[in-house]
Design a protein around this ligand. Sequence first.
Ligand SMILES: Nc1ncnc2c1ncn2[C@@H]1O[C@H](COP(=O)(O)OP(=O)(O)O)[C@@H](O)[C@H]1O
Ligand SMILES: [Mg+2]
Length: 317
Amino acid sequence: MTTARTAVIDTHGLSKRFGGVLAVDQVSFTVEPGQVFGFLGPNGSGKTTTIGMLMGIIRPTAGSFRLFGAGAPRELLAARARVGATLETPNFHPHLSGRDNLGIAAAIKGVGAARIEECLEIVGLRDRGKHRFRTYSLGMKQRLALAATMLNDPELVVLDEPANGLDPQGMKEVRDIIRILADRGKTIFLSSHLLWEVERMCTHVAIVRKGRIMASGTVAEVVASETAALLRADDTDALVAALEDYDGAISVRATGDGVLVGLASDDLAALNRHLAGLGIHLSHLARQRRSLEDAFMELTRDDGAESMTEIATGVDS
Ligand SMILES: Nc1ncnc2c1ncn2[C@@H]1O[C@H](COP(=O)(O)OP(=O)(O)O)[C@@H](O)[C@H]1O
Ligand SMILES: [Mg+2]
């Protein structure tokens, strides 16, 4: 037995350009065995593109990655057999039962019938397995997709926005399944634009914004390292625009009181110099105690008020 554990995912300067858009910009991170790793960022920050590159669906423009230590194309094929991924809800047949839908997926993967029952059990769908897929709630559909992902008993489970579109109950069910998988020793890599969810589900997190990693580490480290500041200037719109372009800004939000910015580093002087260089002179600059709620609101700002209310009422522990 070797003493050094091989990382499950290891990326180095991974980048993807789509025409003029640098969707993923020099992304480097490591996921160790047994971690529940959250890839957290607002919509459009490059999460799905990154997952697509790991799964071999999108070819990187630059950089490299390894899965279970494998980097060469041939080795990667074998490594991907140890991965279960849901990039989107699979094409389940609406008129077939959940169990029969899994049966089709199992046949494709060459997996036996006993495993279908085990997977239905993991996602809590054994009792509903005989019902038609079209009678399932969105949460149940998501759970069936998770069951399909688990069929080949993967060591690494990759989930792209598993909580997306779910109501609080559905989110709790997904969270419970992720916990079951983690307890069984699976390594989990999930993307999310919900800080709240990542904080509750994950052991480790990387915050990504505009394709770049702003912060990474254990959830506690990242929460502790982020600085927030409240800024005021004559022209609030110009201030917001300048902050959104500032590389060190993780989140930017205009409040009645000023503009609240989450920063990857503690260097407020550098921020002030940057703004002064753009001709923006601050009338107020004060460090704030980091507010999770503020970061959460910022990261979910594309969602509209309705879903935020749903999530806010979804607190169960
Ligand atoms: N196939 C594509 N062609 C052109 N641009 C793309 C393509 N896929 C993604 N993008 C762009 O890349 C950026 C990152 O997208 P994506 O990885 O889907 O972000 P996320 O999953 O974090 O919401 C976005 O600006 C998006 O418009
Ligand atoms: Mg996405």
